[in-house]
Design a binder for this molecule. Structure first.
Ligand SMILES: [Zn+2]
Length: 159
């Protein structure tokens, strides 16, 4: 799914800014774990592979990793799951959202997040909401819809 080029989805650059803004608005404690970077993902994976290990991250990190996540195998590949769904790493989220927002035919936040949740976990609803809000196609449609509404109510008036 090659998105942004035609301007019907937020660009990767817009999305980066969006994510940074989202993270900056969180408390430092939440910020740390709101999204899983590839680096953290690998560490969680290592902890789950070797639950008795004491050399990866802090004790608190290992506790959190074991509490929140588990491992599942899809054929050859082992992935981290949360709530029964594979965990998306931070670097993957843009692509996932663009794909799911397209599958939802530019549906709103709820439609798009339902679509996202069919495949992945660990993508905050707030990020999905921001993505949908900043989608140029949806913004256009919202603008033209509101002028259509105005038109039809004035037509109704003259009936
Ligand atoms: Zn859209």
């Amino acid at each position: 799914m090659q998105a942004a080029a035609g301007g019907i989805f937020p660009s990767a650059l817009t999305f980066d800014t969006m994510v940074r803004d989202y993270l900056n608005n969180l408390s430092p404690k939440k910020r740390e774990k709101a999204l899983l970077s590839q680096y953290m993902y690998d560490n969680v994976m290592a902890v789950l592979h070797d639950p008795n290990c004491t050399s990866i991250g802090t004790a608190q990190f290992r506790f959190w990793a074991k509490k929140m996540f588990s491992l599942t195998s899809f054929g050859e590949e082992t992935v981290i799951v949360h709530d029964g769904k594979p965990v998306a790493v931070k670097e993957q989220i843009y692509e996932v959202l663009t794909h799911c927002h397209a599958q939802a035919s530019h549906g709103g936040r709820d439609k798009t997040s339902a679509q996202v949740r069919r495949y992945y976990s660990w993508i905050p609803k707030e990020i999905i909401a921001r993505y949908v809000r900043d989608c140029p196609f949806c913004q256009n449609r919202r603008t033209s819809n509101s002028s259509n509404t105005r038109m039809s109510s004035s037509q109704a008036f003259f009936k």
